[in-house]
Design a protein around this ligand. Structure first.
Ligand SMILES: C[S@@+](CC[C@H](N)C(=O)[O-])C[C@H]1O[C@@H](n2cnc3c(N)ncnc32)[C@H](O)[C@@H]1O
Length: 264
């Protein structure tokens, strides 16, 4: 993705932090246990989080007693995260672009980024994470994929709405089963300073009413960035399909991939 397109899209999340907070799912609890094991994290460990949103991964981390400094680009998003983290004095949310944020002198035990690392400048994100870590610390990134499963027929049919209203949609696009999603290994394996990455994957499903599903779509940067008429047309088309053919209930299947690489 071109730099200006990435910067335009990544700025959309903070437009409606209340919506994001209400409808974006968190992550399987098991993932944080696995992260603790893979990264040797325990009470008092110091974690830098990149792109916390409203705290979807931050809250489970501070609940485990980890001290988290979270760097969030969107001012309104950061404000909402601070509100959610008020009960946890071990969390600090800084409003900044990670690329521009001056690293503190004290090194971190882990750098964590949940569904956010792809929004960071590719020329900066790995090298700056390495700099932020103590030797032996880990870079843990979480990727979220929508995979084949759940209400399969709905996701097959909904493609027609995208082809009609979203010019960026490749024709005939179909969801892939989780087993066909490639591991996100190239960037970290070709970077200097990290050992071989470890991957742990989780597959899970969430059921949405039509209204909840439309709200979820309204949090996605690609949907937010559509011109208003196309966006309204798309969301109406999706809602009509869910109501008319699927009884107003859609099950979405998620693949969450945790990638952990140790700084050498
Ligand atoms: C898709 S959201 C993920 C939020 C949350 N971690 C989650 O798991 O739902 C991406 C987040 O990264 C933030 N972000 C994007 N670019 C950033 C940057 N350069 N520095 C810090 N945060 C950034 C966005 O504002 C947004 O809150």
């Amino acid at each position: 993705m071109a730099d200006d397109e990435r910067e335009r899209l990544r700025a959309t999340f903070t437009e409606d932090p209340a919506l994001y907070d209400r409808v974006r799912p968190g992550y399987p609890e098991e993932m944080f246990d696995d992260l603790a094991g893979a990264a040797d994290l325990g009470t008092g460990s110091l974690v830098l989080e990149i792109g916390p949103g409203t705290g979807q991964a931050t809250v489970p981390m501070v609940r485990r007693g980890w001290e988290v400094v979270a760097v969030e680009l969107g001012a309104a998003m950061a404000e909402r995260a601070r509100r959610n983290l008020r009960p946890y004095p071990r969390a600090e949310v800084v409003t900044a672009a990670f690329e521009d944020w001056p690293l503190p002198r004290r090194p971190f035990d882990a750098v964590v980024s949940a569904t956010a690392f792809h929004w960071i400048d590719p020329d900066v994100r790995i090298a700056k994470s390495a700099k932020a870590l103590r030797p032996g610390g880990v870079l843990a990134t979480v990727a979220t994929h929508h995979v084949k499963g759940g209400t399969v027929g709905f996701f097959h049919e909904v493609q027609a709405c995208y082809e009609r209203f979203d010019p960026a949609t490749p024709p005939g696009l179909r969801l892939s089963p989780a087993a066909e999603i490639p591991y996100d290994r190239d960037e970290i394996e070709s970077a200097e300073g990290f050992g071989p990455p470890e991957f742990i994957r989780y597959e899970w499903e969430l059921a949405y009413s039509t209204e909840q599903y439309i709200d979820l779509l309204r949090t996605y940067s690609g949907h937010r960035a559509l011109p208003p008429t196309a966006r309204a047309g798309l969301l109406n088309c999706v809602a009509a399909l869910a109501d008319a053919r699927y009884g107003g209930r859609v099950v979405k299947r998620y693949l969450t991939e945790l990638r952990v690489a140790r700084r050498q």
